[in-house]
Design a binder for this molecule. Structure first.
Ligand code: SF4
Length: 343
């Protein structure tokens, strides 16, 4: 029988308990025992199917703990997931993230099956711009190269010279050796990059619907309520938020900061699952979670992952007419190796 995608209704049996008990310790700080008994039957079955189908599960830092810490084989930000997708020898990639990430995995692995457990997992940034918009900008700024955030559709990537992520945006812009670039589609990330380089930046009005909601007032309130707190912010946040942070960086750079510096108390100004996942890894650190959830990331659940592996659907396909050009833009990005944690 195929799993019901919306409900956690598989039984927690003694066999399931025996197969999964060692995994509970990974999420004991964020998942209750009662919740675990709902999740464990799915985790056990997903693990079996991964072996049977030679599948690998990639999960973004914004996935929930039971996915991120119990069924994911590779975790990371969109850059590391793109790089992992290039290297895997699995036949099937299950992307626990959003549509553009699954498309990027398919671009890098055209011969593999790429599954996205819910096709409706989109992204406000990716939806803010079309291929026609990029062509119009090029016409407005003749000869100016286009750098596109990976949070875009394959059709937009195909109109692009090189992609970037929040982890390598400055390095990618500077690697072009030009005085001016068109940087799409995140206005706030573009402003942050502009503050770190002498390259002139032309941008677009795209925003992440999660990060744009943070305010400088929230940070000031956090500092007042929790003296000594260290504030880490993602560069998709508005400029006044970044100006009030102690550190600005991609999700991977934030993780690196926590690992190396071990602050006693920290606020992660990003999607709130990120801090939720770190609670299990760093129980001695107190994480404040100003909670803005990404509704698109939330669409990926254990029952949907199981259903995807059982049915080998939904599969991601990229139009061959654009795939080659889009892949080239991603490959140019992964060739830029300078200081990935620079933003
Ligand atoms: S957190 Fe923002 S950028 Fe990331 S997938 Fe959600 S809407 Fe897109």
């Amino acid at each position: 029988m195929i799993a019901t995608p919306e409900r956690l209704d598989l039984p927690y049996t003694p066999d399931v308990a025996a197969a999964t008990e060692h995994l509970y310790a990974r999420v004991a700080h964020s998942v209750t025992r009662a919740e675990w008994e709902l999740y464990a039957p799915y985790i056990a079955r997903i693990e079996e199917l991964k072996r049977e189908k030679n599948a690998v599960v990639l999960a973004h830092h914004y996935q929930t703990a039971e996915i991120y810490r119990c069924v994911a084989d590779i975790i990371g930000d969109s850059l590391s997931l793109a790089q992992a997708a290039e290297k895997t020898d699995a036949d099937v990639i299950v992307m626990c993230g959003v549509h553009f990430m699954a498309e990027t995995a398919k671009l890098m692995n055209p011969e593999k099956i790429v599954l996205l457990p819910d096709l409706a997992a989109g992204c406000s940034l990716a939806e803010s711009i079309t291929a026609a918009d990029v062509r119009a900008l090029r016409a407005e700024h003749p000869g100016v190269p286009v750098v596109t955030y990976v949070n875009t559709s394959a059709a937009v990537k195909a109109e692009t010279d090189v992609c970037c992520t929040s982890a390598n945006a400055v390095a990618v812009v500077e690697s072009l050796g030009v005085p001016k670039v068109i940087f799409l589609p995140d206005e706030y990330l573009a402003a942050y990059v502009a503050s770190k380089t002498n390259v002139e930046i032309v941008t677009w009005k795209g925003h992440c619907e999660v990060h744009e909601r943070f305010t400088a007032t929230e940070i000031l309130d956090l500092r007042e309520m929790h003296p000594g707190i260290v504030v880490l912010a993602h560069p998709e946040c508005p400029p006044d938020v970044l100006a009030n942070a102690d550190f600005v960086g991609s999700t991977t750079a934030m993780l690196g900061y926590v690992k190396e510096r071990r602050p006693a108390r920290v606020a992660m100004i990003t999607e709130c699952s990120m801090a939720g996942n770190l609670v299990d890894a760093f129980p001695e650190i107190e994480f404040m979670q100003p909670c803005n959830l990404c509704p698109h990331m939330r669409r990926i659940t254990l029952p949907k992952i199981l259903r995807a592996l059982e049915t080998m659907s939904p599969q991601i396909e990229v139009d061959p007419a654009i795939a080659g050009r889009a892949r080239l833009a991603v490959e140019r990005m992964t060739a830029v190796r300078r200081d990935l944690a620079s933003v």
